[in-house]
Design a protein around this ligand. Structure first.
Ligand SMILES: [Zn+2]
Length: 325
């Protein structure tokens, strides 16, 4: 698949719709008003490939692998049932692009619910999970999250997790990871030749929230050939005042000044946020974002950020063919 000049719809690297479906069984994916990302809104917004995060809140208690399985089941019964097949291989991705259809990717946000068991990780891989966010905001058995005050990095077991992901072909995601963890992963990733992503993080220099990436972190992701998902969490975009869609531009501009033009994608964090950028309240509004980008940039550049950078990355980083169980 030659990505350059290719026409496809938008690719988004992070949303939490599965979590909402999991917590409230009365919600349906087809067109529920409570969802920022529904099948209907994805269609309206022109999104062709959406990554769905599996998030297991600490509040859910014991038996946590079950909550992962339940969210994968919800992907099957809710998302796939709406005509968005799970994409797990390059072959499936190429077929999706060729057919002009829509699809979904699965990511696990936080290794917490794997409970240190790497067989569970392999099961998740077999079931189609292709991204793993190592932590959420707090510490878990693998590493410290960004809000953990002691600021630790990886545990020994966490480093084994990284190695297992590199071997399996699971792409690691550093959004929410502590800075120490970030730099430890950079070293491991450099040795393994495995780029990683920050699926939903902006620039710290533009908006100084701890969830955003420092210049050095952005440069490291670029150097390794990873991807950064510009996110729509209002307080990661601008520290104060009402946030508009054009407030995303300084993040794009600044990251490009650090060499990230070919490494930027979008990772909305829709359904993971209570507040929204004005005019960018749900997935349907992605078409307005596209129009806004086209006021400032060429179509070729906007297409890179909207899908080409994402496709190019997935094409080399997910497995070539589907492994059947
Ligand atoms: Zn998140």
């Amino acid at each position: 698949m030659d990505v350059k000049g290719l026409k496809f719809g938008i690719v988004d690297f992070h949303c939490d719709a599965l979590s909402k479906l999991h917590q409230d069984p009365s919600i349906h994916f087809s067109d529920d008003q409570k969802l920022d990302v529904s099948a209907f809104k994805l269609k309206q917004g022109g999104i062709k490939l959406q990554c769905f995060a599996i998030f297991v809140s600490e509040r859910l208690g014991q038996g946590r692998i079950g909550h992962i399985l339940e969210q994968i089941r919800l992907f099957r019964t809710e998302v796939e049932a709406c005509g968005l097949p799970l994409v797990t291989s390059r072959q499936q991705l190429a077929a999706l692009v060729a057919s002009g259809g829509s699809g979904g990717l699965l990511s696990l946000e936080g290794a917490d619910a794997l409970e240190g068991n790497l067989s569970y990780l392999r099961c998740c891989y077999d079931l189609g999970v292709r991204f793993l966010g190592i932590t959420w905001n707090h510490a878990n058995w693998a590493a410290d999250g960004i809000m953990e005050s002691r600021g630790g990095g990886f545990t020994q077991k966490g480093k084994e997790l990284v190695q297992a992901c590199h071997e399996l072909g699971i792409i690691l995601d550093v959004s929410h990871l502590s800075p120490k963890g970030f730099w430890e992963l950079t070293e491991l990733a450099e040795t393994a030749g495995k780029p990683f992503i920050a699926s939903h993080s902006n620039s710290f220099s533009v908006c100084n929230h701890p969830r955003n990436l420092s210049d050095e972190q952005i440069r490291a992701i670029v150097r390794l050939g990873g991807r950064i998902g510009i996110t729509f969490v209002p307080y990661f975009v601008k520290s104060e005042g009402p946030v508009k869609m054009t407030d995303l531009l300084p993040h794009l501009e600044y990251m490009c000044s650090l060499g990230a033009e070919n490494h930027l994608v979008f990772g909305s964090d829709f359904d993971g946020i209570d507040h929204h950028i004005a005019g960018l309240e749900n997935a349907a509004k992605y078409s307005d974002l596209r129009e806004m980008l086209l006021k400032y940039y060429s179509g070729a550049l906007a297409d890179k950020w909207l899908y080409q950078n994402a496709l190019k990355f997935l094409q080399t980083q997910i497995p070539a063919t589907k492994k059947t169980l």
